[in-house]
Design a binder for this molecule. Sequence first.
Ligand SMILES: N[C@@H](CCC(=O)N[C@@H](CS)C(=O)NCC(=O)O)C(=O)O
Length: 256
Amino acid sequence: MLRIYGIPNSQPVRSVVWLCLIKGLPFELVLTSQNRDAKTPEFLAGINPRGTVPAIEDEGFALWECPAIMIYLCEKHGWNDLWPDDPRHRARVNQYLHFHHRNTRELVVQWSQTLWPRVFGVERPDDDWLRRNTFTGLRDNAAVVEQALRIVDGMLAPTGYLGGGSHATIADLFAYEELGQNQPKYANCSDFRGHPHIERWLETMEALPHHEVAHAVWTLIGDAHRVEGGMRTIARANKEAARRIAELVDGMGRGG
Ligand SMILES: N[C@@H](CCC(=O)N[C@@H](CS)C(=O)NCC(=O)O)C(=O)O
């Protein structure tokens, strides 16, 4: 069975998990923390030399980097709706996947720099603490995020999906984990007002299959400004979210 290494609180891990849930592909989510488990000599040597999650192992084949994993799974299983056959449609999806890394991904800084000081009980974290304990992001992070939101809103304008076309693709799954998470009703650390296409798309994405289970960690952690209980709360949320995912996968296996 496919093994996915990571934790539900990781954005790119959720993209892979949600993809498999949507497609009904059974998998084992191997709880792997990014700081400890993914940095062991065994993981670095056998799975991912960069020590990041997600990573997968599929019948002895190890792969890392979320977009590469999603493309591999789509090609292996013929999921041409999510990774379209048409060269131009595929090119638009691929364009977004490349754009994501140093653009939309920068939204993680708003989340990380809200959540982790709260979790570790640091009232006014200075730059040095943020650099050591959270994603640092690009130097001009705020400007990059603002520009990324404007560009993403523009990409969504013609058809409502990032790759164009009439339905979601892996580009949407990848982007959603950053944007969806930061919404006021979940982690509450980004404001999408003024980006009407993004606001509409967030609602569309939430209606896709298994959204609730794939994103259980959002409600288990809640508003990043109000998290109580420190790291134990995060660890418990990851475990419980993983349990719900495993339960759903189990049910899929039994045709339930
Ligand atoms: N470009 C990678 C990013 C993966 C990533 O940033 N993962 C985080 C968890 S959300 C991680 O493992 N960080 C640990 C590290 O950077 O050492 C992908 O798309 O898979």
